[in-house]
Design a protein around this ligand. Structure first.
Ligand code: SF4
Ligand code: SF4
Length: 63
C-alpha cells in the first residue's frame, strides 16, 4: 500500500501533479497549493507526481 502527501510549505502550486495523477487524487486548494483530495491510501505508487514536481513537495511512501 502506498500513501501520498504534499508538503504545503514546499508546494509552489504549479498544478503539474494534479494533471498527471492517474488516480485523480490531487487537486489545487483555495490557497493555490496541491492537496490530496481523495483517500491518501488510494495512491497506486506510480510516483508520477514525484517525477513532475519541481519543488520536491510530493512524497509517496510505502506502508
Ligand atoms: S504516486 Fe501516482 S497515484 Fe500516487 S498520488 Fe502520485 S501520481 Fe497519484
Ligand atoms: S507538482 Fe509539486 S509544486 Fe506543483 S502543485 Fe504539485 S506538489 Fe505543488
Amino acid at each position: 500500500m502506498y500513501v501520498v502527501s504534499i508538503d504545503q510549505d514546499q508546494c509552489t502550486g504549479c498544478g503539474e501533479c494534479t494533471k498527471t495523477c492517474p488516480a485523480d487524487l490531487l487537486s489545487l486548494n483555495g490557497q493555490g497549493k496541491a492537496e490530496v483530495s481523495g483517500e491518501p491510501t488510494d495512491c497506486m505508487g506510480c510516483e508520477s507526481c514525484v517525477s513532475v514536481c519541481p519543488s520536491g513537495a510530493a512524497k509517496v511512501q510505502e506502508c
